[in-house]
Design a binder for this molecule. Sequence first.
Ligand code: SIN
Length: 286
Amino acid sequence: MAGDYETIVVTPQESGFGAGVAGLDLRRPLDPAVLAQVREAWTRHSVLYFPDQPLSLDELEQFTLQLGPFGVDPFIKPMPGRPNVLELRREPDEKATNFGAGWHSDWSFQAEPPAATLLHAKVVPPVGGDTLYADAYRAWDDLSEAMKTMLSPLRAVHSARQAYGPNGVFARETEARTLQIIVSEAAEATVSHPLIVTHPVSGRKAIFASPVYTVGIEGMTREEGMAILRFLFEHMTREDYVYRHRWAPQMLTLWDNCCTLHFADGGYDGHLRVMHRTTVAGERPR
Ligand code: SIN
């Protein structure tokens, strides 16, 4: 599964989904040839993790910008003076559910969802706090031809309402949360994307839907759409397709929102967890 990389050392997971990258200092701008190797590894493995990268916020922003312009992060208050960085901080005594504890692809309710998300670990709890990633390429590849034919022409409806709308989970929560969520009517908006997308770089097909942000299928009744979506959500998040990422302090991950879902696992009550997150703008899914 490993490719030929002249400068970087890429160690893929056994499945090929997810890979560690060593041999780089991300505090400095990457040479274009090295950046091309990182992009190649990312295209091949969808989720990359870079251990031992003690990045300042400026350096995190600069590495993000080497991959493309910042994406737009709605509904969450960014770090003071850093409009493109979110601090995902959960205090040891916090009782609210950890942020991201539902399978999703970041901001898929946008007309042009972010191509990439970068997450940099500042404080990692001694137990729990893993991030799970699901491979939406393999989930597609393994479907029967009859199912692929049925799903291919469909468009899925995405919305932020279940999370950030006035009746969403954040509006209804009763426990205090450090992360400042902005509940808004704007979250009620919907956008439709192809249910099956073709990745703009790899050319591979992937299922583009998630339980947090996909709320129906265009032209179908709610019952019909949800029956198909429930099947897909269960299928996509089967253990076979999931890579469980264990963090270490100063580790950076980079994932592809077009062909993966992710889920922030809990299990660290009583411990601090702090992550810094940026996104890279993407294009309209096709
Ligand atoms: C997220 O959903 O972006 C958060 C992931 C994490 O904190 O592990």
